[in-house]
Every structure is written in structure tokens, then in C-alpha cells.
Design a protein around this ligand. Structure first.
Ligand code: SME
Length: 168
């Protein structure tokens, strides 16, 4: 259930994301890192926030920005874990309880729930935002909508400035 607090908070976050994106002096990866930090700071149940981007020729996801405890899983093969499954399905994945998942990669033993929302550029799934929570069942439809909107803002910015993510 979405609360009035969430509605207001998400509006403010979207406005801050728009501001982060509009600052010309920062590169795309800096903007993504700032968006991760904003989300982690503003939403109590968001304990780790990151953006992975796809490298199509190796079928791998690469961590390009994050806020939270550093993870060993900076490269994830398509199909592996929640992130890797989204790289193939092109669908949002909300996991209420990570321990109930067989195909899950643990980054930190405290994590209890997770959400992954794909990022589309010209209808192509080029990456994703991934959020871990130390609270079980931390994500609802309102989080899905917020994160879809953030990904759309990033994608529109990349399109209008002809930007791509550099994966070495
Ligand atoms: N849990 C993810 C791996 C990435 S970490 O959460 C940072 C997964 O199962 O794909």
C-alpha cells in the first residue's frame, strides 16, 4: 500500500533526480552515482543502490555506479542471479524474500529483499537499477513506479545527448 508520505517523498526524489541530471558539468557516471546516493539517503529501507549495464558481446552485466557496501559482484553473467535474469527477461523483478530464491547471488548476508528494474534505451534493455534492502518485503508498486520513472529520465537524457555507457 502506497502511503501519502511515500507519494510526497517520491515526488521530491524525482525532482532531485531531475536536478542531478541537469547539472552539465558532471559526466553520466557521476550523475548515476549521485542518484544512487540520493536514493540510499532518502529511503530508509534502501540499503544498497547500484546501476549495472550490459555488455552484449560477452553477455555480462557491469557495475558502473553504486552507493552502499562495496560488492564483489561487479560483473554478473546474463541469467545468473536476480540481475542476470532481468537482463534476459526485460521485466521488473521484485523479490520479497531473497532466501526463497534459488537463482540469487548474495552480496551481503544482511540483505532480505531486492528490486531490479530494467533500463531501456530505444526499447533495448541496456542495464538496470538494482536495490537491496535489509528489510524483508521492502518494495511495493510505488517503488516500481518511482524507479521506472528514474530510469526513464536517465534514458531520455542519454538519448537527447547521444550518450552511451563505456564498458571496458
Ligand atoms: N543480488 C544480486 C546481485 C547483485 S548484489 O545485490 C549487489 C543478484 O542476485 O543478481
Amino acid at each position: 500500500m502506497e502511503t501519502i508520505f511515500q507519494v510526497e517523498q517520491h515526488k521530491e526524489i524525482l525532482s532531485s533526480v531531475a536536478t542531478i541530471i541537469s547539472v552539465d558539468s558532471n559526466c553520466l557516471e557521476t550523475k548515476l552515482t549521485q542518484i544512487c546516493a540520493l536514493l540510499k539517503q532518502e529511503i530508509k529501507t534502501y540499503d544498497w543502490v547500484g546501476f549495472y549495464f550490459a555488455k552484449q558481446n560477452t553477455k555480462t552485466l557491469h557495475l558502473k555506479a553504486f552507493s552502499g557496501i562495496p560488492t564483489d559482484h561487479t560483473v554478473i553473467p546474463f541469467g545468473k542471479g536476480i540481475c542476470g535474469q532481468v537482463a534476459i527477461s526485460n521485466k521488473n523483478f521484485v523479490v520479497d524474500d531473497v532466501h526463497a530464491q534459488d537463482n540469487y547471488i548474495s552480496c551481503n548476508i544482511d540483505v532480505k529483499s531486492e528490486i531490479v528494474i530494467p533500463l531501456f534505451l530505444n526499447n533495448e534493455n541496456i542495464g538496470q537499477i538494482d536495490i537491496d534492502s535489509n528489510t524483508i518485503n521492502a518494495f511495493n508498486e510505488s517503488d516500481v513506479i518511482l524507479l521506472e520513472k528514474i530510469n526513464e529520465k536517465i534514458s531520455n537524457y542519454m538519448l537527447s545527448n547521444k550518450l552511451s555507457i563505456n564498458i571496458s
